[in-house]
Write a protein that binds this ligand. Sequence first.
Ligand code: PHE
Length: 340
Amino acid sequence: MQNKIQRLLKEVETLAAKSAQEAEEIRVQWLGKKGIVTVLFDEFKNIAAEEKRVLGQQLNALKTAVQEKTAALRGAAEQSPDNVSGDYTLPGFPHPSGARHPITIVRNEIIDIFKRSGYTLAEGPEIEDDWHVFSALNFPPEHPARDMQDTFFIRQGDNAVLLRTHTSSVQVRKMDTQQPPIRVICPGRVFRNEAISARAHCIFHQVEGLYIDEKVSFADLKQAIVYFAQELFGAGTKIRLRPSYFPFTEPSAEVDVSCNICGGRGCNICKGTGWLEIMGCGMVDPNVLEANHIDPIKYTGFAFGMGVERIAMLKWQVRDLRLYFENDVRFLKQFAGANS
Ligand code: PHE
């Protein structure tokens, strides 16, 4: 009988069931009224007393093994894919997730860089008046930028209402409400009545900055721009300032960075010059400080402004600005994962 029990124990290990029902059949076959184990227990009654202790233990072990095995088989069968609706082993269908628009990615990157050097964010309305877009920024009344050529007027005349042509208007609003030190960046949408082409659009995005405090110098401006350019385009990036003119800054400059494509040797992106223009900047004109109730003797400041589309074009070598507005997913998809 001992041999038989050992053999049966091995057999129990090999038992298999494809369904819960089969597992139950096995259980009955072994433990039911006429089951293999039950019959053995009957035979056990007739066994000599001295053998009973050892055999009894072995028989109980067999019974436990059968109980455990059939319970495990039933559990496995109940969880098998055949037993539930749908096949959980099939490959999943990933939910397509969206990605940020490339302009948003670059705008956020620009904002992050300035935030790291202590700038806070300021936003303002897209529909503005003449004061905030022009007059407070030292635009003479006859300045061509006020012309219909550039500005979308909603209402002309003395109380003109217009779409802002730059986010410098937000800087004016900031100066209205706060005395220096002022250190802000103003991201936002701007509007200019320009013919749409590969290089220009009537709607685009800007990030402008303003820093006013005691003893702010042109050297501070230069350093702020070097830091920005190297953070955005890489550590080795050089900058170059070319004299320029803006009504609200004096002196004014146009900023070029060394071409990140050819490393300054000259390529078709930088048109062989080795330099790419990225923004305008300058020291805030004392007239602007005065118009905005800031003491131009005590305070000086610098301002800068850049087009986000232009930076994005340079960053990814996109040759046609219109692509950013057409929302062709084949174009936009390429920037998924370039998040920042
Ligand atoms: N406001 C200017 C523009 O829109 C950019 C600029 C800002 C230039 C600040 C100099 C200083 O073109």
